[in-house]
Design a protein around this ligand. Structure first.
Ligand code: AKG
Length: 285
């Protein structure tokens, strides 16, 4: 497994149409980026983490809010919502985060020196999987880094459609600036905030087959809906930041996001700590 190379020639660079879509809409989609076999490797690891067959820090595991609060009966992968910072602990996820099929287009957007900001794997279980409210990812990152733009990639592990809770985006909303985000009402995961000024009628569904990837500007307003189907809707999300971005120092170091080397140069004086490699899994005892 190769988790440490920076590709010489970008093979998967942005096309002119994608450049325009990025500028105008704040996102673009590519199909058939990853084969089923490749995504199955990630799916199996995530399932093993969910079923506690593979060690993983428990603080990075979030259960479905309905299952967690005892409102529905669910166990194993059916009771899962997401795991985060997966690439810090699983080399197969780290390899995916560094895969040039994801990162070549990002070189055209952020420059050649790139760090990984977060890597989430999300489950939306049949019938109980919960949506995410309208939000801008940069709202969550903004207080931690001085930088114009970060980029998210969203890879479909399963087909995602309106019935099972696909992504919705508001094209062009990356130009709105950062909106205020407030508390959520209802049964959604309570760790999320909602961008209240986002209007449902402006959103469009991004229905994609498995293996497709959505690249999105982290100021793009996006959301997803609950899973009303009998199918899973799983995805792998990786967020990227320029290594030139500066970390805003935090007094309480406890909840600092780990950043990881992805490709190019790092500037450790700007952003400490940058993990070059997979972290040891904490002893569960
Ligand atoms: O996959 C989803 O349902 C939503 C993901 C999302 O909004 C995010 O990762 O910021």
């Amino acid at each position: 497994m190769d988790t440490n190379t920076t590709p010489k020639e970008p093979e998967f660079a942005l096309t002119p149409d994608e450049q325009s879509a990025w500028k105008e809409n704040g996102y673009f989609v590519r199909y058939d980026v990853f084969a089923k076999k490749e995504n199955d490797v990630l799916r199996q690891i995530a399932d093993d983490i969910a079923e506690r067959k593979r060690p993983f820090p428990t603080e990075n595991i979030d259960q479905n809010a309905l299952a967690r609060d005892g409102k529905v009966e669910a166990s194993g992968i059916h009771a899962m919502h997401k795991i985060h910072h997966v690439s810090c602990y699983c080399p197969e996820f780290l390899e995916r985060v560094r895969d040039p099929r994801l990162t070549d287009p990002i070189v055209d957007l952020l420059g050649s020196n790139i760090l990984g900001l977060n890597n989430l794997y999300i489950w939306k279980s049949p019938k109980i999987g919960l949506g995410f409210p309208w939000h801008q990812d940069k709202w969550y990152f903004n207080w931690q880094y001085k930088t114009e733009m970060t980029v998210g990639t969203w890879t479909a592990i399963d087909a995602a459609d309106v019935e099972n809770g696909c992504l919705y985006v508001i094209p062009g909303s990356h130009k709105y600036g950062i909106l205020e985000h407030g508390d959520l009402e209802g049964s959604q995961q309570n760790e999320f905030k909602i961008a209240r000024d986002a209007k449902d009628e402006d959103g469009i569904a991004v229905e994609v087959p498995p293996g497709a990837v959505v690249w999105f500007n982290n100021q793009l307003l996006h959301k997803s809906t609950d899973n009303h189907s009998l199918r899973f809707r799983r995805c792998n999300v990786a967020h990227y930041i320029s290594a030139n971005a500066e970390r805003i120092p935090k007094k309480d170091r406890k909840n600092v996001r780990p950043v990881m080397w992805v490709r190019g140069e790092t500037y450790s004086e700007k952003m400490e700590p940058v993990y070059q490699d997979v972290l040891p899994i904490p002893d569960p005892n």
